[in-house]
Design a protein around this ligand. Structure first.
Ligand code: ARG
Ligand code: ZN
Length: 845
C-alpha cells in the first residue's frame, strides 16, 4: 500500500503529555502509557487511531474507565469523548525476540531502542507520526545498573529511574537504554553558562575506545555555537554504543544511540578513515539536536529537511576541522559512488519523494547526500551572509515545530527576496542533470560559454524541467595564471550563454569549481587541456577532477581499444605526486582511480556494454603503469611520509599515512610484498596494520598475516569486521564469491549482526568484478543470504538489495542471472514489505 505526500492530513488531537512506565523483562516487558489527548477544534480528521504493531494489549482505559478498542495488526481505534481525556494502556512486548532491531530490542544483554522512522509503534499504542509532538516522562523499572531515557534525570533508586524531557518531541526521538554499562564522562559549559554532563556509555571492556568520541562531541558543541549560534538545551547528553544496529547512529533527544562502529575508536583498532567517520557521525547526531529535534519534519516525505541540512552541517564541520578540499573531494567520490547510480537507475527518486510503501527504504544517498548538495547550492547562490541570516530566521520562526521544505525555502525567500520556485525543482525532480558546455572565442577578446542542461527522464520524473544550476567558473591564461577569479554562473535556462570581455588571449576554463552542483559536466576538451588543468588549475577540486578525467578517459580507452595507459596522465600525475608543496592527503587522492562500477556506468552511458573482467584488468594494468612510472619516487615517498612520535588521528598525520599507504600499494606491485611484510610486523596502529594486510592479500601473500591478525583480534568485533571484509574486497575476481561463501561458514560469522553481515555480503557487492562473476554465483550467493535475513531483519535486507540496482547496464546473460534471482527472492513466502518494495522497484515490469 502506497502513501502519498499529497494525502497529508494533521492528526485530530493534541497530545498534551505522555507518561510511560517500563517493567523490563527480556521476553515480556510491560509498557504502561498514560497520555493526555485534547481534540483539536476544526480538525479535518477526527478519527482516534493509534499505531501499534506486534503489541499484546493487556488493557486500556479512558479517564479511568476500561474500554475495548478495535485492534488490527496496524493499530487501534476507539470511541473517545469530545473533550480532553486521559488514555491509559498496558501492553506486553518481547525485546529478546525483536531481531529486526526496530522498537525496543536487546543487544548482548542490553536493552536499547531504535524508533526512527516508525519503531515507536512497536513499543506502545501511539500516534506515531513526526508532527505529533509531546513532553515525555519515562519511568524504567529493572535491575540494571544503568537505566537511561531522554531529557534530564528526575529520580534514581535501586531498581528504578525516572527521566523527564521538557522539550516536546515526536515519538521517533524516544529512546531507552538499560544494561550493565560503563561510562566515559565529560563536561561542557555552553556559552550562556549551562553546565552539561556528558556521558559515553559502553560495554565493559570498551572503556579504552571512548576518548576520541568524547572529544569529537565537545568539538561539535563548540562548533555549533560558533558557526550556527546553537546551544545545547539539557543538563545531560548521553551517547550509548550498541553492537547490533541497522544504521550508523540515531539522534534521540539527549540520548544518542550509536552503532559501536560509529563511535568506538582507538589507534590500535581503528583506521584514520574510521576516526574521521566517527568524528563526522558524532557531529551529525549532535547537530540534529537543532536540525531535526527542536525543528522536526511534518511527515516522512520531508526527511531531507533534517537529513540534508544535517549532512551539510557535518560536512562544514569536517571541512573546518580537517582539510576543506580533501573533504570536498571525498564527498564528490562518495556522491558518484552511491548517489549517481541511484539517480540514474530504477530507484531514482526526488530528494523529497512523493510516495513510498516503506519509509525505511528512503534513507538514501539521494535524500541525505543530494539533499546536502541542494543546501550547498542554495548557500552558493545566496552567499554565506544571507545563508546565515536565513538560518537564524529558520531557528527563530520554526523552533518547536514540525516543518516542510516549503517552510525551509520560505526563510530564504523572506531574507533574500529571491523567488525560489524554480530552485525548488531540485527537491521534486529525480535524476542527475547533464550539462553540456561549448565555448566560443573571438579575437576581439570576447569569450563565451554556453551551457545546455538536460535531465534524463525517469519513472519518478518523466518530464524533467530546467533547474537552477550554480556553476562556479574561473579562467586561466595559457601560461597558467588565473585571469578571472572564481565566479558563480547561474544557469536557469535549458540553454544559456555567458560572456567574458576584455581577455588578452583565449582562456582555459576551469568549470564546476568546488563541484558547485551535483551534475555530470560534458565538454569536448581540446587535446592537452585537461593535462594543462591538472598542472595549473588554481581550484583544488577541479584540479583533482582533471587528473580523474585523464585517468578515466585513459581507462575507458584501454578497455575499449586495448591501448596503453595515457602517458600525459602518468606524467602529470608524477609531477603532482612529487610536489612537496601539496598536502600529502591531496596527493594520495590524486593517485586514486575511478571506481570500477563508475567505469561501468560510463561505458554503459556511452553505449558499450560493460565487461567487469575487462574493467578489472584495465584497472590493474593502470595500477601497474602507475607503479612503473613512479617507481623511482615510491621508496622516497614512503619513507618521507612516515610519522614520527605517537599516533594521532588528526588530518596532518592521517594525510601522511594515506600518501605512504598509497606508495606502499604501488611498491608492493614490484617488491613482492617485502615492504608490506615489514610494515605489518612493525605496525602499532590499525591504519598501517590494515593497509599492510590489504597489500599482502593482494600480492597473494596474505595467509600468515591473516592468521596472525585473527589470533590477535579475534575478541574484538569491530576489528574482526575488517578482517572479514578485507578478504572479500582484496580477493581476485575469480575468488571473491568463494571467499565470501567460505567466510559465511566461519564460526564468528554471526549473520544476525548487521555489521558482520555487511562485512561479508556487503563487501561482496562492493567487489565489482567478483559480484558480477559471469557464472552468476555472486548474484545467487547474495540472494540466498537476503532470503535468509529477510524474516529476521527486513531493514538491513532491503538496503542491500540496492546492489542489484545497476543490473540493466550489463549483458543479456548477467541480466538474466539477476532477473532470476530477483524473481526468486520476490517469490519467497511472506517477504517483508521493505524487501518487496525495493525489489519490485529494481526489477520494474
Ligand atoms: N536519523 C538517523 C541519522 O541519520 C538515521 C536513522 C535511520 N534509521 C532507520 N531505521 N531508518 O542520523
Ligand atoms: Zn541524520
Amino acid at each position: 500500500q502506497t502513501i502519498h505526500l499529497s494525502d497529508y492530513t494533521p492528526f485530530g488531537f493534541d497530545v498534551t503529555s505522555v507518561d510511560l512506565t517500563f517493567d523490563l523483562a527480556p521476553r515480556a516487558t510491560r509498557v504502561r502509557s498514560k497520555i493526555t489527548f485534547a481534540p483539536r477544534a476544526g480538525a479535518a480528521d477526527t478519527r482516534f487511531f493509534l499505531h501499534g504493531e506486534n503489541l499484546k494489549l493487556i488493557g486500556a482505559s479512558i479517564d479511568g474507565t476500561p474500554v475495548t478498542p478495535q485492534v488490527t495488526p496496524e493499530g487501534l481505534t476507539c470511541d473517545v469523548p469530545d473533550r480532553p481525556f486521559v488514555w491509559e494502556a498496558e501492553v506486553e512486548i518481547d525485546p529478546q525476540g525483536n531481531t529486526a532491531l526496530e522498537g525496543l530490542y536487546m543487544s548482548n544483554g542490553m536493552y536499547c531502542t531504535q524508533c526512527e522512522a516508525e519503531g515507536f509503534r512497536k513499543i506502545t499504542y501511539y500516534p506515531d507520526r513526526p508532527d505529533v509532538m509531546s513532553v515525555f516522562t519515562v519511568r524504567i523499572n529493572g535491575p540494571h545498573p544503568v537505566l537511561l531515557s531522554n531529557g534530564n534525570p528526575v529520580t534514581r533508586t535501586q531498581g528504578s529511574a525516572e527521566w523527564h524531557d521538557p522539550w516536546p518531541k515526536p515519538a521517533y526521538l524516544f529512546a531507552l537504554v538499560a544494561g550493565e554499562l560503563v561510562n566515559h564522562p565529560g563536561r561542557f559549559t555552553t556559552k550562556s553558562g549551562r553546565d552539561v554532563e556528558l556521558n559515553l556509555w559502553v560495554r565493559p571492556g570498551d572503556e579504552g575506545k571512548c576518548a576520541f568520541g568524547m572529544q569529537a562531541l565537545k568539538d561539535s558543541m563548540t562548533w555549533d555555537e560558533q558557526v550556527y549560534g546553537r546551544e545545547y538545551d539539557l543538563d545531560v547528553f548521553n551517547i550509548v554504543a550498541v553492537d547490533d544496529f541497522n544504521m550508523g547512529a540515531m539522534e534521540n533527544k539527549g540520548l544518542n544511540i550509536f552503532n559501536s562502529s560509529a563511535v568506538l575508536a582507538s589507534p590500535e583498532t581503528s583506521t584514520d578513515t574510521n576516526f574521521e567517520r566517527i568524528e563526522a557521525i558524532i557531529a551529525h547526531e549532535y547537530f540534529h539536536n537543532w536540525t531535526g529535534n527542536r525543528i522536526t519534519c511534518r511527515d516522512w516525505f520531508q526527511l531531507c529537511l533534517k537529513e540534508g541540512l544535517t549532512v551539510y552541517r557535518d560536512s562544514q564541520f569536517t571541512s573546518d576541522m580537517r582539510s576543506a578540499p580533501v573533504k570536498r573531494i571525498g564527498d564528490v567520490i562518495d556522491l558518484r559512488a552511491r548517489q549517481f547510480p541511484e539517480d540514474q537507475g530504477p530507484l531514482a527518486h526526488p530528494v523529497r519523494p512523493e510516495s513510498f510503501q516503506e519509509i525505511n527504504n528512503f534513507y538514501t544517498a539521494t535524500v541525505y547526500e543530494k539533499g546536502a548538495e541542494v543546501i550547498g547550492m542554495l548557500r552558493t547562490l545566496v552567499g554565506p551572509e544571507a545563508y546565515s541570516k536565513a538560518l537564524d530566521l529558520y531557528f527563530e520562526r520554526h523552533d518547536g515545530q514540525a516543518c516542510t521544505i516549503e517552510d525551509w525555502l520560505r526563510v530564504f525567500e523572506d531574507t533574500t527576496g529571491r523567488d525560489l520556485a524554480q530552485f525548488k525543482r531540485w527537491y521534486s525532480q529525480a535524476g542527475t542533470p547533464h550539462v553540456k558546455v561549448t565555448e566560443h572565442w573571438d579575437d576581439a577578446g570576447t569569450y563565451t560559454l554556453t551551457f545546455a542542461q538536460s535531465t534524463p527522464p525517469s519513472a519518478a520524473s518523466p518530464d524533467p524541467q530546467p533547474l537552477v544550476i550554480p556553476i562556479a567558473v574561473g579562467l586561466l591564461s595559457p601560461n597558467g595564471d588565473e585571469v578571472r577569479a572564481t565566479q558563480v554562473l547561474e544557469v536557469t535556462q535549458a540553454r544559456q550563454t555567458f560572456t567574458f570581455e576584455g581577455l588578452a588571449s583565449r582562456p582555459v576554463p576551469s568549470l564546476l569549481r568546488g563541484f558547485s552542483a551535483p551534475i555530470v559536466l560534458e565538454r569536448d576538451v581540446p587535446p592537452g587541456q585537461t593535462a594543462f588543468l591538472l598542472a595549473h588549475d588554481t581550484d583544488p577540486v577541479t584540479r583533482w577532477e582533471a587528473g580523474r578525467t585523464l585517468a578515466r578517459d585513459s581507462l575507458l580507452a584501454m578497455i575499449r581499444d586495448g591501448v596503453r595507459p595515457d602517458a600525459d596522465y602518468l606524467d602529470g600525475l608524477r609531477r603532482l605526486v612529487a610536489d612537496d608543496t601539496l598536502d600529502p592527503a591531496y596527493r594520495a587522492l590524486m593517485l586514486g582511480l575511478p571506481s570500477q562500477s563508475d567505469l561501468a556506468a560510463r561505458l554503459s552511458e556511452a553505449g558499450t556494454t560493460p565487461d567487469p573482467d575487462a574493467i578489472y584488468a584495465a584497472s590493474e594494468a593502470m595500477r601497474d603503469a602507475q607503479a612503473e612510472h613512479l617507481s623511482d619516487l615510491l621508496a622516497g615517498l614512503y619513507a618521507d611520509h612516515q610519522v614520527d612520535g605517537p599516533y594521532a588521528p588528526d588530518a596532518h598525520q592521517a594525510g601522511k599515512r594515506s600518501l605512504a599507504g598509497a606508495a606502499l600499494s604501488l611498491l608492493t606491485r614490484t617488491d613482492g610484498g617485502t615492504q608490506a611484510m615489514a610494515q605489518f610486523a612493525a605496525a602499532d596502529n590499525m591504519t598501517q596494520q590494515l593497509s599492510a594486510l590489504a597489500n599482502l592479500i593482494r600480492a597473494g601473500k596474505g595467509k600468515t598475516a591473516l592468521d596472525a591478525f585473527e589470533t590477535q583480534w579475534h575478541a574484538d568485533r569491530l576489528v574482526m569486521d575488517k578482517w572479514f571484509g578485507l578478504q572479500v574486497i582484496e580477493a581476485k575476481p575469480e575468488d571473491a564469491v568463494a571467499t565470501a561463501a567460505r567466510l559465511t561458514e566461519h564460526p564468528d560469522f554471526n549473520w544476525k549482526n548487521p555489521n558482520r553481515f555487511r562485512s561479508v555480503l556487503g563487501a561482496l557487492t562492493q567487489h565489482h568484478a567478483g559480484f558480477h562473476a559471469a557464472d552468476g554465483s555472486g548474484y545467487s550467493l547474495l540472494a540466498d543470504w537476503l532470503i535468509k535475513l529477510d524474516p529476521v531483519n527486513p531493514q538491513t535486507t532491503a538496503r542491500m538489495c540496492s546492489a542489484f540496482q545497476t543490473w540493466r547496464r550489463y549483458d543479456a546473460d548477467r541480466q538474466d542471472g539477476i532477473r532470476a534471482e530477483l524473481d526468486r527472492i520476490l517469490a519467497t513466502p511472506e517477504l517483508s514489505r521493505d524487501t518487496t518494495e525495493m525489489l519490485s522497484r529494481i526489477r520494474g515490469v
